[in-house]
Design a protein around this ligand. Sequence first.
Ligand SMILES: Cc1cc2nc3c(=O)[nH]c(=O)nc-3n(C[C@H](O)[C@H](O)[C@H](O)COP(=O)(O)OP(=O)(O)OC[C@H]3O[C@@H](n4cnc5c(N)ncnc54)[C@H](O)[C@@H]3O)c2cc1C
Length: 382
Amino acid sequence: MMNQEFDVLIVGAGLWGCVVARELAEAGNRVLILEARSLPGGNARSQRHPQTGIECHCYGAHIFHTSDKRVWEYINRFVHFNDYRHTVLTTHEGKVYFMPLGLALINAFYGTALRPSEVPAFIAEEVRRAGLTGEPRNLEEQAISLVGRPLYEAFIKGYTQKQWNTPPKDLPAFIIRRLPVRTDYNVGYFSDTWQGIPAEGYFGLFERLLDHPGITLRCNTDYLALRDTFPADLPVFYSGPIDAFFGYRHGPLPWRGLRFEWETRDERDYQGTAVMNYADADVPYTRIHEFKHFHPESRLPYESDKTVICREFPADWKPGDIPYYPVNTDASAALLAKYQADAAACPNVVFGGRLGEYRYYDMDKVIARALDQVHAWMDKVK
Ligand SMILES: Cc1cc2nc3c(=O)[nH]c(=O)nc-3n(C[C@H](O)[C@H](O)[C@H](O)COP(=O)(O)OP(=O)(O)OC[C@H]3O[C@@H](n4cnc5c(N)ncnc54)[C@H](O)[C@@H]3O)c2cc1C
């Protein structure tokens, strides 16, 4: 395989790799990106549903939200955002509630008409009634100590059990640090300054990020199978799994997986909203996405008499499966520290992105991190 004609190699054409590539190319570098999948975009990738034209997010719903002005201005160089505002509803025992925990949910659930000023005392009384004493010893106790038992049992217990395939009383308390209870009827899920979905689609975002004469993309290409063919001194920006880079020499880092079941339905509107959660443990999926609702600005999806939905099921993970959520425990932190020490001994490689750092990042945080890392590197080699 080639090598002399490129200055930098990037592994992975997810958001991190694409932002790094763009910055390096704009600074005059000749960049090669290798992507193991058949198309760029990583887990934020989307594609148009062939029958309906509806944009579908291939790996679960992705809503862009940020309060970081630098990131917002950066991404708006490539795409425009629609004015979609994310709301999440949740079905519990046959009734539908507005998430997150706030006045709408609390008043509907308890059949009350609390006013904002009454909420803190009401929740405090629920917590007192639960009768827990001492430091919470697990996730169940932590959640109950924050919102009381009835809200925990209705909206947190079953969902968490499904997500982790573990009873919440066997999960560490630190997974839930805070459970903010809103005291108003604001049902906007995110409180960031800016949010929306790219009007051109996430596929449009990746096309535009990579549209630079200095960037060459090779898909269906696994870097790890080819790495001996590259010169040892070629700088590498690596956004694959950090443990895979080192041949899993200390053992694999643990992840949670997901499984998606897609369905095209002969009806205009299946659930009336983009995301519906299912809180109860006896429903095997955690949520249903209905993608046409992400584009309220576009008539195209709404004109279709069909709709596309996707049921999301949490799944166990084993090496070789797509990793979704890092499993943060003391054991995984100790394992990660070993790989980080190995990475520090690789001066030509910058490890980044959610897989390279073994860390859950929202998209805006991945962009910010990519910008920081690539500019630090360019400053160093100047
Ligand atoms: C279910 C789910 C929902 C989410 N929803 C949101 C949301 O609503 N809003 C939000 O801001 N964020 C969301 N995120 C987070 C978002 O997906 C990430 O921030 C983003 O995808 C991270 O980009 P990345 O480039 O770091 O990693 P990835 O997207 O995983 O990209 C890494 C790429 O590297 C490639 N690769 C790996 N190894 C190799 C190799 N050896 N050779 C070649 N290529 C390789 C992979 O194929 C992949 O394409 C969500 C995440 C999940 C799991």
